[in-house]
Design a protein around this ligand. Structure first.
Ligand code: GZL
Length: 329
């Protein structure tokens, strides 16, 4: 660990020494904390906001040198990026894993190189949990359980004894998909009068979801009865709504209940106008939590292993224009 703690003191000394009117000189390169971030890609509005949150905290003026690699939704690109970070002898690696499995050997290489790894957003499934120091992100199973609880209330409130459900899954094997899917699977077991019409892979993108739903509907001899579409992220909801409306269905109020995860600004706008029935927040603003873990490590402390971020849900009844305007993503 470098003596980088001196950096903030250096900056404040310059400012307090009467040079407050001038921009403090950039910190010396060797004083910067070098952080290598391997990001999944830019597949969704959520992911774009997540990347912006990371880049907003790991700045040179805050004492960091950020090396940011976009894997374009390919795990092999993330593994290559981690190996590159190891060669560059970064101080910390932040991995936002595409899927849970396949990380044991490359994380062992990082551990052998003495580089602490922080897992952000989705989780990794590794045999030895000492391969990462902490996880910061969401409790995806809880997100799904909150959405299912809302659906149970919705069924009671509308008097719908039976529910015909279309399930659009996210990137297969990702923690977000695993958790959100598990909650719905459990609900289908608990409710004999809920029917899963079809389960489609939307891969968290609008385009794939649109094509999958359009293809499914075109293959049906008669238009299927659909009461609910359970979309594992907002971009899937946008794609599903587009395909369903093109096929003559009504989405939202007076029609198919649309459940969506992430609650990005575009989703909340559709929620307020009644098109999306439930927006289940998945907070992408993980930069501060991640930097907080690094600060603990820099000070010689031991961070908690798990850092869940606060999340809530929204409906038309609980949303206002002002709330949407105030959203950071
Ligand atoms: C969730 C994140 C998911 C989002 C999607 O934390 O992994 O990936 O829900 C994103 O929008 O693509």
């Amino acid at each position: 660990m470098k003596m980088r703690w001196i950096l903030p003191a250096l900056i404040s000394a310059v400012v307090l020494s009467g040079c407050a009117g001038q921009t403090p000189p950039p910190p010396p390169e060797e004083a910067l904390i070098v952080v290598g971030i391997s990001q999944v890609g830019a597949e969704s509005d959520w992911r774009v906001a997540n990347s912006e949150s990371m880049k907003a905290v790991f700045t040179e003026s805050s004492g960091y040198r950020l090396l940011f690699e976009d894997a374009k939704q390919k795990q092999e690109n993330q593994i290559t990026a981690i190996r590159k970070f190891i060669q560059q002898k970064v101080d910390y690696i932040v991995l936002l894993p595409l899927r849970e499995t396949g990380w044991d050997s490359v994380l062992q290489e990082a551990k052998d190189a003495g580089i602490p790894v922080i897992i952000a957003d989705r989780m990794v499934d590794v045999a030895d949990e000492s391969l990462f120091v902490a996880h910061v992100g969401s409790n995806f199973r809880m997100e799904g359980e909150k959405a299912v609880a809302w659906l149970e209330d919705y069924a009671r409130f509308t008097g719908k004894e039976t529910l015909n459900i279309i399930h659009i899954q996210g990137t297969m094997g990702s923690t977000a998909q695993i958790g959100r899917t598990a909650a719905l699977e459990q609900a289908l077991k608990n409710h004999a009068d809920w029917t899963l019409q079809i389960r489609l892979d939307g891969d968290f993108t609008q385009a794939k979801t649109y094509e999958e739903v359009k293809q499914y509907l075109s293959e049906q001899e008669v238009p299927p009865e659909i009461d609910v579409v359970y979309c594992e992220n907002d971009n899937e909801a946008f794609g599903a709504i587009q395909a369903l409306e093109e096929a003559g269905y009504t989405c939202g109020e007076g029609g198919i209940a649309v459940i969506s995860f992430d609650a990005t600004r575009n989703c909340l706008t559709q929620c307020l106008n009644g098109k999306i029935s439930l927006a289940m927040e998945c907070n992408p603003l993980l930069g501060p939590l991640t930097a907080g873990v690094i600060r603990i490590l820099e000070s010689g402390g031991t961070p908690e292993k798990e850092h869940y971020i606060e999340e809530r849900s929204f409906t038309k009844e609980t949303l206002t224009e002002e709330m949407i305007a105030a959203r950071l993503y």
